[in-house]
Design a protein around this ligand. Structure first.
Ligand code: NAP
Length: 539
């Protein structure tokens, strides 16, 4: 029976008073433990022993005491002897910490240190966490290190933290907890490691660390306690909880985790939805190879319980190629689109994979958005910017509904290929905007299916069309930007200022998410909640 996983808020102690206030806030936020990181206190404060003892005496929650040297990612650069003396003083005090953390490397470096910890442990109620860290990636000798750790016969809890280089690393980290002879903390650092942090309760992980507030993380990729409890509902996760996620690059700013987790909670669905970055790479084949190396491993893992994925930029087309290669089922009509945004895993009663299906919920969502803009697709002409996954979905949806489309893309060859594919099915209702043999008619509708307007952190958003070009359009033209961002995209803002009907991609996001929810849960989506969460985050 897996243990209940704890939540520990790590606190960098600069001053004891501030740390105690933060520990109070951590308790009020729902933490079980705090970790006092005394790396800088130990060096900068002459009476660091008294300060540490006051910290231990007055802490409102059980605590882990850690003084991490810089060689293991901490801030302590003083003599090793002083660091260990300080920890021993704390263990021998009247208020010893619930746990002390010491690095395997420190214990192996000096047999006297190991002896001293054994002696201190036998004379104290404190339990010892023996930790392994690697900030470059998974240590090549991890298995051997773990064997050595066990052979020390010192650890009450073992802690393994390394930078996760891909989602697959999470699977090993979760297995390290599940098959552990000793209570285990196994965490992936960085953006790829979030599943190991959130899913600790699935495998009886001893605890997970959560920052008290944004910007207070002590390791890359640590979620806030608010995210852990409110968004991911950590307390409700158990071994059978179904796992969902959004696969793409980038996914950090996606609204999907907030929206889907809220919908799961409201409908009583036992699931958790996570951002799952899969790198795009530099070459056209990189995205496909990254998906191929990742998705089957996640789907087939015996205890992850992966049940569904949203697929986003730039993986919507590569995932269809992968499905064809692996014999997954394609939703009827998906062949025409050639791009998917939804993967569903059906399992039998034993949890074995029964069927993997790809679907595209962008296509119907885009038609609903076109109707929202009071454009009737039948007989209308749309100019589509882009030739990637979303462009394919929008183009096929409009064509199926009787529309005509012109394609324009940064890489003309990709647009040309898409135009040829679609012309083979829909005839001369498809053309390439740049085709010199054809005078493209004025569009009734312009659809931006490129990421232009999204903008990465710190960059100003841009528009895929110049102001002059927009200003020359007839006033009846409608503009649909599939991109969404708080405050509106530059394209939509400019179009509206010119008196054009315009809508960003938030409605499409909600429609496609609702359809995904229904595919995964077989229940009606809680639409008012989806609108509320999406608008709160991006309205
Ligand atoms: P994708 O398959 O990677 O395709 C991206 C397309 O955009 C390609 O045609 C690409 O041109 C073009 N492009 C990329 N960067 C560009 C730039 N800087 N300037 C001009 N063109 C550029 O991506 P996707 O899955 O189709 O997604 C595209 C966008 O749609 C996303 O960024 C997202 O904002 C939006 N979207 C919205 C929703 C929603 O629910 N509202 C859902 C899905 C996607 P090349 O061929 O030259 O590379």
């Amino acid at each position: 029976m897996p243990r209940r996983s704890l939540i520990c808020v790590p606190l960098q102690v600069e001053s004891v008073d501030a740390a105690l206030l933060d520990a109070d806030a951590a308790r009020a936020s729902g933490a079980d433990l705090v970790e006092f990181r005394i790396d800088t206190l130990a060096e900068s404060t002459p009476d660091s022993r008294q300060q540490t003892i006051r910290l231990l005496r007055d802490t409102p929650l059980p605590c882990i005491l850690t003084c991490r040297p810089d060689s293991e990612g901490g801030a302590y650069t003083g003599p090793e002897e002083d660091r260990l003396t300080l920890l021993h003083t704390a263990l021998a005090s009247d208020h010893p910490p619930a746990f002390v953390d010491v690095e395997l490397a420190a214990l192996e470096r000096d047999p006297d240190v190991l002896q001293a910890f054994r002696a201190a442990k036998s004379a104290s109620t404190t339990r010892v966490i023996v930790s392994i860290h690697d900030f470059r990636g998974r240590p090549a000798d991890l298995s051997r290190r773990l064997v050595r750790l066990e052979s020390l016969d010192l650890a009450d809890v073992r802690k393994i933290a390394f930078v996760a280089r891909s989602l697959r690393d999470n699977l090993e980290l979760l297995d390290l907890c599940r098959h552990a002879p000793t209570p285990t903390i196994a965490l992936g650092m960085g953006g790829h490691g979030l599943p190991s942090r959130v899913l600790a309760p699935k495998c009886g992980g001893f605890l997970t660390f959560a920052a008290l507030r944004a910007g207070a993380a002590t390791a890359p990729g640590q979620p806030t306690i608010h995210d852990l409890l409110a968004t991911y509902r950590f307390r409700e996760i158990h071994p059978e909880t179904r796992v969902y996620g959004i696969v793409g690059d980038p996914v950090e700013h996606s609204l999907s985790p907030a929206v889907h987790n809220a919908a799961f909670e409201a409908s009583g669905h036992d699931g958790v939805y996570l951002p799952m970055p899969v790198a795009a790479g530099d070459c056209p084949d990189d995205a496909f190879l990254a998906l191929k190396a990742t998705l089957p491993a996640l789907i087939e893992h015996p205890s992850l319980c992966l049940h569904g994925l949203s697929i986003t930029i730039p993986h919507k087309e590569p995932v269809v190629r992968l499905a064809r290669e692996l014999g997954w089922t394609l939703q009827p009509g998906l062949d025409q689109i050639g791009a998917a945004n939804t993967l569903t895993v059906e399992r039998d009663a034993t949890g074995t994979v029964a069927r993997v299906t790809l679907a595209n919920t962008d296509a119907d969502a885009s038609v609903r958005c076109v109707h929202d803009l009071s454009v009737e697709p039948v007989g209308s002409t749309a100019l589509i910017l882009g030739a990637g996954g979303v462009a394919r979905a929008v183009a096929v949806a409009l064509l199926r509904n009787g529309g005509r489309i012109g394609l324009s893309n940064r890489s003309e060859s990709r647009a040309r290929q898409l135009a040829e594919e679609l012309r083979a099915i829909f005839g001369d209702r498809v053309w390439l905007e740049t085709d010199p043999d054809r005078l493209a008619p004025a569009p009734d509708l312009i659809v931006n299916c490129t990421p232009v307007g999204m903008a990465r952190e710190g960059e100003p958003p841009t528009s895929p069309l110049s102001d002059e070009w927009l200003a020359a359009l007839p006033k009846g033209t409608a503009v649909f930007d599939t991109v969404y961002r708080r405050g509106g995209t530059p394209l939509v803002r400019k179009a509206r200022s010119l008196g054009l009907r315009a809508q960003d991609g938030l409605n499409m996001f909600v429609y496609q998410a609702a359809a995904q929810f229904e595919l995964w849960t077989k229940r009606s989506a809680p639409m008012p909640l989806l609108w509320q969460v999406a608008r709160e985050l991006c309205g």
